[in-house]
Design a protein around this ligand. Structure first.
Ligand code: NAD
Ligand code: DAU
Length: 357
């Protein structure tokens, strides 16, 4: 294993850095990692983008953290950002990320996930002398659904089932093609379901924690027996940085938690942990809030990741178990009531309008 960090990146553009994983990644990079350059965070600030996720970082790292509100689909604007900041590295998170929204309204998914990625690749291709790496963040959903056995490896054929996963698959193919055709230095990571601090409360874990705290129904789709492989977000961030530093150009790496669980068991686990923190009024167990609802169309049954390649090549392993990561996550939501209230009430969007128009 090569342990020499490639730390020549000076001007790193992170797209989608105000979202859940992007914000955690920037926090990790500046507070914990050996990265010594500056981060230019480019985010359109959709409903999922919240600059408050990085308010303390902006104060603590003036000069090393820069925020630019911009749409990756706006080629001209992106071109000037590439030039102005002499971007030499890209870590591309920006995407429409929620499967349910993609089923109701796929347009934005096609635009941002495919056309936006294409724009960035074209701009990266225009600066061959400067560009050191284009790292593309993707998902295990591109592989489709597993049966009861087996795991997704880097060799698993793509078989996406939702407009979201199809748009991510398209973007992965473009990134790979730019390496093969133009020699663009790229890496791709395909990760399983993340959870942790700053997750917008529309995804299973964040939604269930906040609904359960508020005594609201906990909607479980179908029979609740779909399985996801959960990864604590900081573990994902560590993996991304390791791949960016030491991953082989042109390669893809799977990232997973080795934490498979049926949705219904996960929701019960959240209820039980919350009950030990603070009882509901009347002492009733939160499991009573669980409500089975209509299934998601095309709902993938099971995801599970084989991350042998990442472990063997780069020595990465997840640090958190589902139990330890879940306890940290719940504690974070309990300790950050102001963040929760502003996101739940939509106040963060009013603030964005006032500051950024
Ligand atoms: P998120 O929805 O929380 O954040 C997405 C961010 O992208 C937001 O800040 C949003 O404002 C920004 N954005 C959207 N459209 C944009 C545009 N046109 N221009 C610029 N910025 C734009 O998403 P997330 O959960 O943090 O996911 C980040 C990335 O990781 C995505 O590419 C997603 O496909 C991938 N991923 C997510 C998971 C997961 O479990 N959440 C797992 C694997 C991979
Ligand atoms: O696997 C990686 C993917 O994980 C990422 O690429 C996506 O960006 C991310 O959104 C996530 O996709 P999922 O569809 O797996 O995550 P979600 O949290 O929406 O749903 C997880 C499981 O829980 C899924 O089986 C659907 C179910 N579910 C979800 C919600 C929001 C419910 O039963 N009830 C709910 O209210």
């Amino acid at each position: 294993m090569n342990s020499e960090p490639v730390n020549a990146y000076k001007n790193l553009m992170v797209t989608g850095g105000c979202g859940f994983i992007g914000a955690n990644f920037i926090r990790y990079l500046l507070k914990e990692s050996d990265f010594s350059g500056r981060v230019v965070n480019v985010d359109k600030l959709t409903y999922a983008g919240n600059p408050e996720n990085l308010a303390d970082i902006e104060k603590r790292f003036p000069g090393r953290y820069i925020f630019e509100k911009a749409d990756i689909c706006d080629r001209e604007r992106m071109a000037s950002l590439f030039d102005d900041y002499e971007i030499d590295t890209v870590c591309h998170f920006a995407a429409e990320s929620h499967v349910d929204r993609s089923i109701v309204n796929p347009d934005a998914f096609i635009r941002t996930n495919i056309v936006g990625t294409f724009n960035l690749l074209e701009l990266a291709r225009e600066t061959p002398d400067r560009l050191q790496l284009f790292h593309h963040i993707s998902t295990d959903e591109v592989f489709g659904s597993l049966g009861q056995d087996g795991f997704f490896t880097e060799e698993t054929p793509y078989k996406p089932n939702s407009p979201y996963s199809a748009s991510k698959a398209a973007s992965d193919h473009l990134v790979r093609a730019y390496h093969k055709t133009y020699g663009l230095p790229i890496t791709i990571s395909n990760c399983s379901n993340n959870y942790g601090p700053y997750q917008f409360p529309e995804k299973l874990i964040s939604l269930m924690i906040l609904n359960a705290l508020e005594g609201k129904p906990l909607p479980v789709y179908g029979d609740g027996r779909n399985i996801r492989d959960w990864l604590y977000v900081r573990d994902h961030c560590i993996a991304i940085w390791e791949i960016m530093k030491r991953g082989k150009r042109g390669e893809t790496y799977n990232i997973g938690g080795k934490n498979e669980m049926e949705n219904i068991r996960l929701v019960e686990m959240i209820c039980d942990i919350l009950d030990t923190h603070q009882k509901q009024e009347g002492g009733r167990p939160r499991r009573e809030l669980i409500t089975f609802v209509k299934d998601r169309p095309g709902h993938d049954r099971r995801y599970a990741i084989d991350f042998t390649k990442l472990r063997e090549e780069l020595g990465w392993m997840p640090e958190e178990s589902l139990e330890s990561g879940m306890r940290k996550t719940i504690q974070w939501y309990l300790d950050n009531q102001q963040w929760v209230n502003r996101v739940r009430s939509g106040e963060y969007q009013t603030w964005i309008k006032e500051h950024y128009g």
